[in-house]
Design a protein around this ligand. Structure first.
Ligand code: CTP
Length: 409
């Protein structure tokens, strides 16, 4: 049996990027031989094994034939006769279809090195279409390597377009799609991920609510970039520049979905888009079964981002309601993430990227002020039950009025 390093490990070493996990391909071995050597099989009929010591993945060289839709629809053909070249040709991109033996000798039958030099994300063969998830993978790689000058080869984009139109993307499970989406959002240039999906028509299938924002105008005085789709991309870009966590980036992507529903007659204004967007945000969250902290923050940011921008003009009572909606007394972190998303929204406007955002500190100060109101004195005065709650609310309101007086008279 011969063992080769494959995929991302070879690609990233050649690019001079850190290699985190290593995948191996095994040629000339059977499943029984692997088990006899102490490898542990992953799943019942998937030809992948874990190394007894390192835990790294070793896959038997295989050819793949498609028998149905979705992940469960694959049948694998793995046997000791499958050659390295036959295995590599069914992989997604040429830059991912190189192998390296123990001596460091490279096998590169599909010119992955040339495409690395030319900065091209190119599919290896028509077998690309065997797994529609690859549409998302290519967009994710485009986001990751954009700063190195990579782009998607025109033929590959065309193939991605055909796959998007074929209806195959709908068959992807929520879990597989979300894994790609969440990883892509955490790349340095997540806006490129969305842009590439849009370019090949996949965005219209996966997130038509986001796709619908392109071509929708906003008032030029507040939004010099005008287009809501472009604004969304810029907000995402700012979120990455400011190293925001996944839930903030997800909230940034979805915050303006309501603008896609505004009747044309009302353009470029979008009164009430915060509320019309809620249902759409909920649907997208459910479609990809996103983690709870992503769901929650996206909904809250969708509903309240305009409050964030108008923070200094809000009445003390509205400010208190906002803080209560975020349960800021028990969950201070979530309010911080809301503030971050609002700030990214403000910075994601053409030419206004470095404009100060005093709302952030003002909101933080308001939260600190409200949280500093002590319960003990009210208990000592004999308040209990609902009266205690009301007394606390009034104390907080008083404190916020004083805060507003001082900081935003
Ligand atoms: N692969 C593929 N099609 C997929 C998934 C994986 O062809 N849908 C192949 C590619 O050759 C890829 C390798 O399997 O390089 C390993 O896949 P994975 O570990 O998911 O990705 P990496 O390429 O290692 O990239 P990353 O750095 O994102 O982990």
């Amino acid at each position: 049996m011969q063992i080769y390093k494959v995929g991302g490990a070879v690609r990233d070493r050649l690019l001079g990027r850190p290699v985190t996990d290593i995948d191996w391909v095994v040629v000339g071995a059977s499943a029984e031989e692997m088990v006899a050597k102490g490898f542990r099989p992953v799943g019942a009929d998937f030809p992948v094994f874990l190394h007894p010591k390192s835990g790294e993945e070793y896959a038997l060289a295989r050819t793949e034939r498609k028998s149905g839709r979705g992940y469960g629809g694959f049948t694998f053909h793995a046997s000791p006769e499958v050659t390295l070249e036959e295995d590599l040709i069914r992989r997604d991109l040429t830059i991912n279809a190189m192998a390296e033996d123990a001596q460091g000798v490279l096998t590169d039958p599909y010119n992955g090195q040339k495409d690395l030099e030319d900065r091209l994300l190119r599919h290896v063969s028509p077998a690309f279409a065997e797994d529609p998830l690859r549409v998302l993978r290519v967009a994710r790689f485009a986001a990751r390597y954009a700063s190195l000058g990579f782009s998607v080869a025109p033929d590959t984009l065309e193939l991605m377009r055909q796959l998007s139109q074929s209806g195959e993307l709908q068959a992807l499970t929520a879990e597989r799609s979300w894994k790609e989406i969440s990883r892509a959002l955490m790349e340095d240039q997540p806006q490129i991920f969305v842009q590439v999906l849009r370019d090949c028509g996949a965005l219209a299938v996966l997130m038509p609510e986001v796709d619908a924002l392109f071509g929708v105008p906003q008032p030029p005085a507040h939004h010099p970039e005008i287009d809501t789709g472009l604004h969304t991309l810029s907000v995402l870009q700012q979120a990455a520049l400011h190293r925001q966590p996944l839930n903030v980036r997800w909230a940034c992507l979805l915050h303006d979905l309501g603008k896609g529903l505004t009747p044309k007659e009302e353009w470029p204004r979008h009164i009430g888009h915060e509320y019309t967007g809620m249902e759409l945000i909920k649907e997208v969250n459910e479609r990809f079964k996103t983690p709870r902290e992503c769901q929650e923050l996206a909904l809250l940011v969708g509903q309240y981002h305009t409050h964030g921008h108008k923070a200094l003009e809000l009445k003390a009572s509205t400010l208190l309601e906002l803080l209560q909606s975020f349960d800021v007394f028990r969950r201070p972190q979530r309010f911080e993430e809301f503030i971050a998303a609002c700030e990214m929204d403000a910075r994601g406007r053409l030419g206004l990227e470095s404009r100060p955002y005093p709302q952030a500190d003002y909101l933080r100060g308001a939260a600190t002020t409200a949280r500093a109101v002590a319960v003990q004195p009210l208990l000592e005065k004999g308040f209990k039950g609902p009266e205690l709650g009301e007394a606390l609310r009034l104390e907080r309101l008083r404190a916020l009025k004083a805060y507003k007086e001082q900081h935003a008279p």
